[in-house]
Ligand binder design. Structure first.
Ligand code: GUN
Ligand code: ZN
Length: 432
């Protein structure tokens, strides 16, 4: 057991709690994994733990590790590749780069770099696309296992409309997926995600097979993309002229359910949103990617009216940054923008507390991991970040003036980046 004395940020339901002088007590659970044992004010808690070693971190804030709901590790080197929209970006930059993941050594060095980058930015859990090569999954999950991370990933399924070197074989891809589920899902802190890239690159047979695996393994994740870009949507319409909507194609193959996560969800209608809600499917909101690729604006007001699950994601390499601060700021811009015809009008004002929740406890809830990660309530795995709100000269000036929690969190969201993350702490397991 060990305790940390610092300011603390965590969540009760959607509400942020801030303890100026707090105590976080961590210790092993019945399985020997470090979890939060107690959290609250130093004053109220410390006498209950006589003799417990306390690490005092004056001026620092301890907060839950960030949760990235959608990121592509083979796209590390695709960040910042300009293109005239999603489809040319995939063809000219993304697919050529992902082909390189046929080589195990290439996968291994990218996986090592990727995980180091996540941790440097305070991201402790991620739902991650690998490439279509099984070795790319082994490299990433093997590396995550060594570092004790909670990480979910999957081999991309793409058996059509894809170049040689990336395109997989329908039957073999499903055999490989099932073998990877058996190899990795539920091992230590790892999870598997069935990963059809998107409707255009999977045959009906592959989508059907993915849906069958999703039914056979109900606690495995599903990850894909939907309704990101107008050309993409027109393509799906050609492939499935009878379908009511793009999202309904996934429904038809049994790919909407709890633990299914769809990136983007921009160009949906209310019937689609009701379907997300009814099936327990989540949207991964990826604002830096949507702004960079010119895809559009996630409609927060409509999502809240429908009441479906959602949370934030970097979507590297369409996304421009690993930093949760950059993603939260981009989400704020998007919330402020409502496009109607050629005009933009102010829409919702996302509070800094709500933005932070979307990248921690809210993202965990959308992934089916409430009470496991993304928060610091008792029982949560002890993944957390130690933040320095004075990490830069400008932040020091700005946060010194903060008169409320909203002002403090806004200062961090607007001015913060990896320099604010002084340390990322990962829950360890005692040897059994
Ligand atoms: N749609 C299909 N594949 C991709 C991808 O790799 N990135 C993004 N942003 N959208 C996609
Ligand atoms: Zn993506």
């Amino acid at each position: 057991m060990k305790a940390y004395r610092a300011s603390l940020l965590y969540f009760k339901d959607r509400q942020a709690v801030f303890e100026q002088d707090g105590l976080l007590v961590v210790g092993p659970n019945a399985q020997g994994r470090q979890v939060v044992q107690a959290i609250g004010s130093f004053q109220s808690l410390h006498s209950g733990y006589p003799g417990l070693p306390i690490e005092h971190l004056p001026g620092r804030i301890i907060a839950p590790g960030f949760v990235d709901m959608h990121v592509h590790y083979p796209q590390l080197d695709v960040i910042g590749s300009p293109a005239d929209g999603l489809l040319p970006w995939l063809e000219n930059y993304t697919f050529p780069e992902e082909k390189r993941f046929a080589a195990p050594e290439y996968c291994a060095q990218a996986a090592t770099f990727f995980i180091a980058e996540l941790l440097r930015h305070g991201v402790t859990t991620a739902l991650t696309f690998a490439s279509s090569h099984t070795e790319s999954v082994n490299a990433l999950l093997g590396q995550a296992q060594q570092r004790n991370l909670r990480m979910m990933a999957g081999k991309v399924l793409m058996d059509q409309n894809a170049p040689d070197g990336l395109r997989d074989d329908t039957e073999q891809s499903l055999i490989d997926t099932e073998a990877l589920i058996k190899q990795w899902h539920g091992v230590d802190r790892l999870g598997y995600a069935i990963t059809p890239r998107f409707v255009p690159t999977s045959s009906a047979a592959q989508l059907r097979g993915a849906g069958e695996l999703a039914a056979k393994y109900p606690d495995v994740w599903i990850q894909s993309h939907v309704a990101e870009n107008l050309d993409e949507i027109a393509w799906v319409k050609q492939l499935y002229p009878e379908a009511r909507s793009y999202l309904s194609v996934y429904a038809q193959f049994g790919l909407l359910r709890p633990r299914a996560v769809y990136a983007h969800c921009i160009h949906l209608d209310d019937e689609d949103r009701a379907l997300l809600r009814a099936t327990g499917t989540a949207a991964a909101v990826s604002p830096t990617s949507n702004l960079f690729l010119g895809s559009g604006f996630f409609d927060y007001a409509a999502a809240d009216r429908a009441g479906h699950l959602y949370g934030l994601a970097s979507d590297v390499g369409g996304g421009t940054s690993f930093s949760p601060f950059h993603t939260m700021l981009a989400a704020y811009y998007v919330g402020r923008t409502k496009v109607e015809g050629w005009q933009t009008k102010p829409a919702v004002s996302l509070s800094p507390q709500h933005l932070w929740w979307q990248h921690t406890a809210g993202a965990a809830q959308a992934l089916g991991l409430s009470g496991v990660v993304g928060n610091l309530l008792p029982g949560c795995e002890a993944d957390f970040v130690i933040l320095n709100p004075k990490a830069t000269a400008l932040l020091a000036r700005k946060t010194a003036r903060a008169g409320s929690l909203d002002e403090l969190l806004f200062a961090l969201i607007v001015l913060g980046d990896d320099r604010v993350i002084e340390k990322t702490v990962i829950s360890q397991a005692l040897p059994s």
